[in-house]
Write a protein of this length. Structure first.
Length: 128
């Protein structure tokens, strides 16, 4: 995996390269695809313009077996600006947005799933 410079000595993943959690989540989505729950999965399929000069690039585009299209974002931790971008995108675009956070093993492992936007009540088909 290639890394780029980031403020305060941290690194960030270069666009187009999955980090470890994204790879793990992609494996889970591919398992769902083999089970017939998911028809299509693509990593970083597009950038959405959410305001003048502001873009949001979701981690995954996912089409469920029923034809529902979702954008999935995978986070270990999340800065406020990233959360705001997802909420703005959910308000602006007619898609379901899913935020997946990796649970610690001591908390049972798996993924904590939050569906963002008006369509949140119908869920994403992912069992937390």
């Amino acid at each position: 995996m290639r890394f780029g410079a980031f403020a305060k000595g941290r690194t960030r993943c270069v666009r187009g390269s999955m980090n470890g959690q994204e790879r793990e989540y992609a494996a889970m989505l591919n398992t769902r695809k083999l089970a017939g729950e998911v028809l299509w999965v693509e990593y970083e399929p597009m950038r959405l313009r959410i305001a003048e000069g502001a873009f949001y690039a979701p981690d995954f585009g996912v089409m469920l077996a029923d034809g529902t299209f979702e954008f999935h974002e995978v986070k270990g931790w999340m800065e406020r600006a990233a959360h705001v971008r997802i909420k703005v995108a959910a308000d602006k675009f007619p898609f379901r947005f899913v935020l997946a956070k990796k649970r610690l093993a001591r908390d049972g492992g798996g993924w904590s799933i939050e569906v963002i936007g008006e369509d949140a009540v119908s869920g994403s088909g992912i069992t937390p």
